[in-house]
Design a protein around this ligand. Structure first.
Ligand code: GDP
Length: 301
C-alpha cells in the first residue's frame, strides 16, 4: 500500500478504539436532542474536554441552522468542518534555515516518546539536507544517552554526549560546537525526570538560559513531546511546560494507539501551540506532519 494511506489507517485505527466511536452517533435518521447528547458524550470520551466540546457543539448547531441540514450524515460532514476550523491554527510547518544553526530544545516527561521523536526528526531534517548535531543533555539517564547515540548512528549525524555531566554545560558546548562545525540544526534532548530534588522546570529553564548565552536569540524552537494517548493529561503538560518555558511547537506521539485524539481539539481551544508533527508508530517513518482536515476526518469517520 502507498505510505500515505498506511499512516492514515494507523491513525484511524487508533482513533476508532473507543467503544462508542464518534461516527456511530450519526448512524440514526434524525437530528434531535438525543443526537447532540450522544455526540457530546462521544466527544468527551475522546478526551476533547469540556471547553472544546461546548465550542464544537455550538459551532456545529450554527452550521446546521445555516445550511438547513436534515440528515445526520450531513451533520457529520458539518462537524468535520467545525473541527477542521478549530484545529487549523495548529497546522504549521517547522521552519529551519533562518538561523545558523537553528537551535531546538526538546522537552517532555519520560516515556512520552521524546528520544524516538528526536530520532525521527533527525532523519526528517537529514533528508532535507540539513546538517544536524544532537546534544544529549539528559545526562542523568544512561539509557537515554545510549538510545540517542543509536539514533545518531542510524541517521549518521554527530552527537555531543557526556556521562554524568552538567546538562546545561553539555548543551552550551553543543551549541558552540554546532556553530563551529557549520551545522544547520542543533537538537538538544533534555531530561524528563530528575534523580534529585531539583525541580525539572528549573533545570530546563537553566538549559534554556545557557542556550541563549551560547547563541543570542536561541533557542529558536522549544518543542514539547506529549503522549497523545494520555488525553487530558497531555493538555495539562502542554500548559505547565508552556508556562515555564514558552513553547513554540508540539510533537504529539502515539496517535496510532489511542482513542483520545480529541485532546488536540482541547489543545487548540486552550493553548493553540503549533503541532509540527504527530507520531503514528515506533518506526523512523512514523513521524508525520499534522493536517487539520485529515485529522478531523480520521477522528469522525
Ligand atoms: P522518552 O522516555 O520520552 O524518551 O520515550 P521513548 O522515545 O523512549 O519512547 C517510549 C516508548 O514509546 C518506546 O517504546 C517507543 O518506541 C514508543 N513510542 C514513541 N513514539 C511512538 C508513537 O508515535 N507510536 C507508538 N506506538 N509508540 C511510540
Amino acid at each position: 500500500p502507498e505510505p500515505r494511506r498506511s499512516w492514515m489507517d494507523k491513525l484511524r485505527q487508533g482513533l476508532r478504539k473507543t467503544g462508542s466511536s464518534i461516527a456511530q452517533v450519526f448512524t440514526g435518521t434524525q437530528i434531535d436532542d438525543e443526537l447532540y447528547e450522544e455526540l457530546e458524550a462521544a466527544l468527551l470520551m475522546a478526551d476533547t474536554g469540556v471547553k472544546a466540546t461546548e465550542f464544537l457543539l455550538a459551532d456545529l448547531k450554527q452550521r446546521v441552522k445555516d445550511t438547513k441540514a436534515t440528515d445526520p450524515g450531513a451533520v457529520r460532514a458539518l462537524l468535520v468542518e467545525s473541527l477542521t476550523a478549530l484545529l487549523k491554527p495548529l497546522e504549521r510547518a517547522l521552519v529551519v534555515g533562518q538561523h545558523k544553526p537553528t537551535v531546538m530544545m526538546v522537552v517532555g516527561v519520560n516515556g512520552a516518546g521524546k528520544t524516538t521523536s528526536i530520532g525521527k526528526l533527525t532523519r526528517h531534517l537529514a533528508e532535507a539536507d540539513q546538517k544536524v548535531l544532537l546534544a544529549a543533555a539528559d545526562t542523568f539517564r544512561a539509557a537515554a544517552r545510549e538510545q540517542l547515540s543509536v539514533w545518531a548512528d542510524r541517521t549518521q549525524v554527530q552527537i555531543i554526549s557526556q556521562e554524568g555531566g552538567d546538562p546545561a554545560s553539555v548543551t552550551f558546548d553543543a551549541v558552540n560546537a554546532g556553530r563551529a562545525r557549520g551545522c544547520d540544526v542543533v537538537l538538544a534532548d533534555t531530561a524528563g525526570r530528575l534523580p534529585t530534588q531539583l525541580h525539572l522546570m528549573e533545570e530546563l529553564k537553566k538549559i534554556k538560559r545557557v542556550i541563549t548565552k551560547a547563541q543570542a536569540e536561541a533557542p529558536h524552537e522549544v518543542l514539547l513531546v506529549v503522549d497523545g494517548n494520555t488525553g487530558q493529561n497531555a493538555l495539562s503538560q502542554v500548559k505547565s511546560f508552556d508556562d515555564a518555558l514558552g513553547l513554540t511547537g508540539l510533537i504529539v506521539t502515539k496517535l496510532d494507539g489511542t482513542a483520545k485524539g480529541g485532546v488536540l481539539a482541547a489543545i487548540a481551544r486552550e493553548r493553540a501551540i503549533p503541532v509540527y508533527f504527530i507520531g503514528v508508530g515506533e518506526k523512523l517513518e512514523d513521524l508525520q506532519t499534522f493536517n487539520a482536515r485529515e485529522f478531523a476526518q480520521a477522528l469522525l469517520e
